[in-house]
Design a protein around this ligand. Structure first.
Ligand SMILES: [Zn+2]
Length: 271
């Protein structure tokens, strides 16, 4: 039995990047899974007031968590887009404390070493999580005395432009749950469409057909785009739909004992 913790910056990061995999762990392996969303998502809208988006976004994340069977969705409540203004040690300690509290064995997050990550919140989340994994086993890091030190054995790192990422998880059976969870993020789906429209307008592309699409049509378009993306990922290992990760194992016990103790549920595929 392993415990899973997903650490992300924004409400919909998990659903876009790794929800199919997380759902498999919950559904097939019965692993308890938790999500930590560090920011309040307040910049994720073209139309809503700050006071509206923050509350809505939280509700959506909780609903998405229910779809995936998560034990808890927790919020860091930092200002969206401004994580880099927070001392990294502070964020790292929050992640360390949660790792210890839930006794996480597997952590998923943005890849701290992937190139081409334009969002500062993703970069900060990635590095703080990477450091938190390394130091959650040291009692002198984190909030002293709050929880006993805890060792994290595995990480699955995701990225917009994955490099050295040779672990492909077959999500053919969980793609529908991934999309169902993603579409719970109503405000973020609106944002996705609003930015698409702006892009088209700026480039002089006629998107008038999409100007007044209803919610169901919009969701169908997004669902199709996500399915195209996961199908593309699946071509490498030969799965119908896949999510892609850089898998990392921590610790040195295997080196000391000379044998493999920790085995990934989804072994890397060399490509
Ligand atoms: Zn994000």
């Amino acid at each position: 039995m392993k415990t899973v913790l997903v650490v992300v910056a924004h409400g919909d990061d998990m659903e876009f990047m790794c929800a199919g995999t997380v759902y498999r762990w919950v559904k097939e392996y019965n692993f308890p899974a938790y999500e930590l969303i560090l920011t309040d998502n307040r910049k994720g809208t073209y139309t809503l007031k700050e006071s509206e988006i923050i509350g809505k976004s939280k509700e959506e994340a909780i609903e998405a968590g229910k779809v995936l069977g998560l034990k808890e969705v927790r919020f860091g409540n930092f200002i969206d887009g401004e994580l880099e203004d927070i001392p990294k040690k502070h964020i790292r300690n929050i992640v360390i404390d949660m790792i210890r509290e839930v006794k996480a064995n597997i952590v998923l997050s943005w890849d701290p070493f992937a190139a081409g990550e334009d969002h500062p919140d993703h970069r900060v989340t990635a590095m703080a999580t990477y450091e938190a994994i390394s130091f959650s086993s040291n009692p002198n890091f984190g909030t002293p005395g709050l929880y006993p030190p805890h060792f994290v054995s595995e990480a699955y790192w995701f990225a917009k432009k994955p490099e050295n990422a040779f672990t492909f998880v077959d999500i053919t059976e969980s793609i529908d749950k991934k999309i169902e969870a993603l579409l719970k993020h109503e405000t973020q789906m609106e944002l996705t469409f609003d930015s698409l429209k702006l892009e088209a307008e700026t480039l002089g592309i006629d998107l008038s057909g999409l100007a007044n699409v209803d919610r169901d049509t919009r969701n169908q378009i997004i669902a199709n785009a996500v399915k195209d993306y996961t199908a593309e990922k699946g071509k490498v290992p030969g799965y119908k739909h896949a999510e892609q990760f850089r898998y990392e194992k921590f610790g040195m016990i295997e080196m000391v004992l000379g044998q493999e103790i920790i085995k990934p549920e989804f072994p890397p595929i060399n490509v």
